[in-house]
Design a protein around this ligand. Sequence first.
Ligand SMILES: *[C@@H]1O[C@H](CO)[C@@H](O)[C@H](O)[C@H]1NC(C)=O
Ligand SMILES: *[C@@H]1O[C@H](CO)[C@@H](O)[C@H](O)[C@H]1NC(C)=O
Length: 569
Amino acid sequence: MALSAFYAVWGLLLEVAIAFGPVPRITWEHKEVQLIHFNESKVSNYSTLLLSEDKNVLYVGAREVIFALNAVNIAEKQHELHWKVTEDKRTKCAVKGKSEQTECRNYVRVLQQLNDTFLYVCGTNAFQPTCDYLNLISFELGGKNEDGKGRCPFDPAQSYTSVMVDEELYSGTSYNFLGSEPIISRHSHQSPLRTEYAIPWLNEPNFVFADVIRADPNSTDGEDDKIYFFFTEVSVEYEFVGKLMIPRIARVCKRDQGGLRTLQKKWTSFLKARLICTIPDKNLIFNVINDVFILKSPTLKEPVIYGVFTPQLNNVGLSAVCAYNLSTVEEVFSKGKYMQSATVEQSHTKWVRYNGEIPNPRPGACINNEARASNYMSSLNLPDKTLQFVKDHPLMDDSVTPMGDRPRLVKRDVKYTQIVVDRVRALNGTIYDVMFIGTDRGALHKAISYENGMHIIEETQLFPNFEPVQTLLLSSKTGRRYLFAGSNSGVVQSPVAFCDKYTTCVDCVLARDPYCAWKPLEASCIDIFKEGEMERNWIQNIGGDASSCSVCSAQRPEMNGGTSTVTCE
Ligand SMILES: *[C@@H]1O[C@H](CO)[C@@H](O)[C@H](O)[C@H]1NC(C)=O
Ligand SMILES: *[C@@H]1O[C@H](CO)[C@@H](O)[C@H](O)[C@H]1NC(C)=O
């Protein structure tokens, strides 16, 4: 992309007061709705959350404390564990020029379910990241004090992400005290793996999310499970004054064992691509990714990846949600072109599309039945040519385009920080993907997009002090759906809908909320997933047509005092 094009884009961003984005239909102030809070005095930075749906427990990693809370009512604390930095470590950390009061503490950054009885936990531990095993029965640490380098950042201010897959921890973080060496690694006793420390692999990344997508059990190609990482990094492929940020998706294969000589103990399956989230006809580019949620549902043919984005220079405060289907992502990695660096004018390198011959097996591909048929049983058998190629060409030339080629939602005057998505079936059988999006001012937007537009059902002020939503989780157990939000000052539990706040049929229907319907018999707005059987006479219309409300009054003339006005009040 040419430099001038980018200037034009920024120029536009600065000038135009774009009339973008739906306004939330209703705003709930903090005190108006029933939320459950958890926080303890002297404890701060409740930024790591882990939900155990089986046990109904919400684990919370805060500064120097881990809590276990009842996930049905987080005000009920079940356990707490203090995990402090030793005096000695704190002093040493301060000597290195870090703040003894803030930075030289233990910020819990990794909370992952290892198995039924243990969580794997890591904390920054005064710039000496440490991991341990938390016994869920005694709620005590095993005292292993493993070196957490590469699994947890040194600096609590640095980005990190992790996911536990089959008792192995995959993480994206930095590997050194200065935070200058980024790494995506697998912590495993049999086969630890990591990224090369090289700019084409990772260039000042800001990690936001990681998750596993399992191979389709019905497929016959013997594909591997894959772990996806999402981050924003500094571009190598575009020329720009200053640092141009690019949102990325990267993936590795679960059965990767590294190479035998080339790429020994390094990923042989690490590939990354640019995620596109733009409005081409408005010249708007959202190039910073803030969070991701991967929607997996039995009613979906394939997982859908939802990302929240902001532009790099965000003077007008714009945010967007883009959604990607997995097959588009896989197409880029399995069939797309690679990029290569070319030296121009002696010292200057330029990244261009690679049009040469591609070695076989395809560089970066997981070992599948086809590879096995050619006797490549593991990445350790891969030929040097393939390995050398992927080592030099981790970046794809093709980008991942969003479904529908544009954002699902664009909103002005807000910075979106977190997202979760719930897939619900409305009364008439239509399926909606309801997006819950946290903002940097402590609010939550609940939105749906449908064929001819988008609709923000409501805005809820989760945190009274307008601080950023740092973590957002969804519990989608049937009949018991909640959201959990973590921030610096505490954790909040919110129901997914506030149907009972609507007191008339028209209000209830005009909310256009897939969770809510009017129940004429009780004259109340109900959460349809909390009731047993759905009934035919309930009224809901996501299109916003409330005319059915008059029908219900005909059945219940006593409700409107015998007059002929037709409402359900
Ligand atoms: C911890 O929380 C405090 C506010 O309570 C905030 O000022 C600080 O930046 C937070 N630190 C980190 C590393 O998130
Ligand atoms: C992926 O998304 C596009 C919409 O952009 C859609 O047309 C296509 O059918 C989707 N692919 C699959 C396999 O669902």
